[in-house]
Design a protein around this ligand. Structure first.
Ligand code: GAP
Length: 447
């Protein structure tokens, strides 16, 4: 993890938030490459869930919602609280489930930091509170949403009628969520502010099991299709008693991080929990009437819910490779360890690097800039003329750029360039006029 964290900082993926003020409790800022990677992850998720699925539509609901929403959803009660324990001696606080299992007795546990005695566990609600308007009193309390899907449930009827949908159908949303986590940790794995990509699939209760299986498989395959190694993924059935308060059935999709197997996505059968509770609390009838049979019922919901940053961390960890002694085959081969980020081509923050072989030859630099201008409208490109060509290849490998285009002396005579593939390191001559189509085909065929 230290290597990943250092790469993220050094190459502009992720910075600690408010760093010049000493940082701010587990908040992170996404730098120029991090923001591209994040955008790409969200883009391929949206493509998979909305664009390729005619039965799923998108939504972008507000972060601040009527506080009653959170009473109805159960998030203001004990169901959405972590057990917290405090050390009598050093006063450090821990999540109970991180230092014990459900059968552990507090008397038998010691502080993991100083070995001191622990105070009895207490419940700690994770909702982030704020005030709306100028007066800070009970009546102005509001909450930052703890999951994006509540915006979907309260808009169920609006979407159903405005889009003239029929069951089964889904509503997808990407957006920020906030949780007052007791122990945010493991870099961007557990934070207080994060983004979720959630899809709620509304179906007939009798079909919920079938759809659960469908979405479980489909979500697992999404990671594999975007390059995550199969052996680093697993599905874990969560037993009753350990499930989220709304879940009739829950499967956690876990990734094998350097700090252990951890959840990156949850697949939940939420039954009629949310729509029934919102019906009850709002007084609005959220039943669905089957247009063919006339049957009236509250649909069941199958949910797929993934954190953008958690999946980003999994994609990064999985793509990270070190080659001892260097991978360059030229005379510049180095004894250093070379890093290659083998990100899926669709996820790579920079798609193409344009590199003039030398920078002291005006005609080569001019031609390289022309090639850069040609490619820029089609791909996220980077122009780099500083350092030896071997060093520049290595810089691009380290951030996962799939293709490097080199402009050399032959280019001036033949109007062609060398295209180097990040993974195979094979080099091919391609005519400049064919370059955009050649590269587009390479990206297309990686899907
Ligand atoms: N709507 C269901 C829901 O929110 P969850 O299992 O609590 O379910 C879903 O969260 C996903 O959101 C998690 O699998 C994780 O990827 C992400 N997530 C949850 N809490 C997070 C946190 N504190 N920091 C980063 N990501 C988080």
């Amino acid at each position: 993890m230290e290597k990943i964290i250092s790469l993220c900082k050094r190459r502009g993926f992720i910075f600690p938030s408010s760093e010049i003020y000493g940082g701010f409790s587990s908040s992170y800022d996404f730098g120029p490459l991090g923001v591209e990677l994040k955008r790409n992850i969200k883009e391929v998720w949206w493509q998979e869930m909305v664009q390729l699925h005619e039965q799923i539509v998108g939504l972008d609901a507000a972060i601040l919602m009527a506080p009653k929403v959170w009473e109805a959803s159960g998030h203001l009660s004990a169901g959405f609280a972590d057990k917290l324990v405090e050390c009598k001696k050093c006063h450090k606080r821990f999540r109970f489930d991180e230092i014990a299992n459900s059968k552990s007795k507090i008397q038998n546990l010691k502080c993991p930091e100083c070995g001191g005695e622990l105070l009895p566990p207490r419940k700690f609600n994770l909702m982030m509170k704020t005030y709306v308007g100028p007066v800070e009193d009970e009546s102005s309390i509001a909450y930052l949403r703890a999951e994006t899907c509540q915006g979907i449930y309260v808009n169920f009827k609006n979407v159903l009628t405005s889009m003239r949908l029929k069951l089964p159908f889904g509503i997808a949303q990407i957006g920020k969520a906030f949780r007052n986590e007791i122990t945010p940790k493991n870099f961007i794995f557990r934070m207080r502010e994060f983004e979720q990509m959630e899809m709620q699939w509304f179906c007939h209760p009798k079909e919920a099991d079938k759809w659960f299986e469908y979405w479980k498989e489909r979500r697992l395959n999404w990671y594999i299709n975007f390059g995550v190694k199969k052996e680093n993924l697993r599905l874990v059935e969560i037993p009753e008693g350990e499930r989220a308060h709304y879940a009739k059935r829950q499967i956690d999709l876990e990734y094998k991080f350097p700090f252990g197997w951890k959840e990156i996505e949850g697949i939940h059968n939420r039954g009629d929990w949310d729509l029934s509770r919102h019906s009850q609390f709002s007084g609005e009838d959220l039943n669905y009437t089957d247009p063919e049979t006339g049957e009236k019922f509250i649909p069941y919901v199958i949910e797929t819910s993934v954190g953008v940053e958690r999946s980003l961390l999994a994609f990064l960890v999985d793509a990270y490779e070190e080659v001892k002694g260097g991978r360059t085959t030229t005379t510049q081969a180095t004894k250093e360890v070379e890093v290659v980020l083998k990100l899926h081509k669709s996820l790579a923050p920079i798609k193409v690097a344009v590199l003039p072989l030398v920078r002291n030859k005006e005609a080569i630099v001019k031609k390289a800039k022309e090639v850069f201008e040609l490619l820029k409208p089609h791909f996220m490109c980077q122009y780099d003329e500083v350092g030896s060509i071997g060093r520049r290849y290595r810089r691009q490998d380290e951030i996962g750029t799939p293709f490097c285009v080199t402009i050399d002396f032959d280019t001036l005579k033949q109007e062609d360039v060398t295209v180097r593939d990040r993974d195979t390191m094979k080099q091919e001559r391609v005519e400049i006029k064919n370059l955009p189509d050649y590269l587009k085909e390479k990206f297309r065929s990686s899907l």
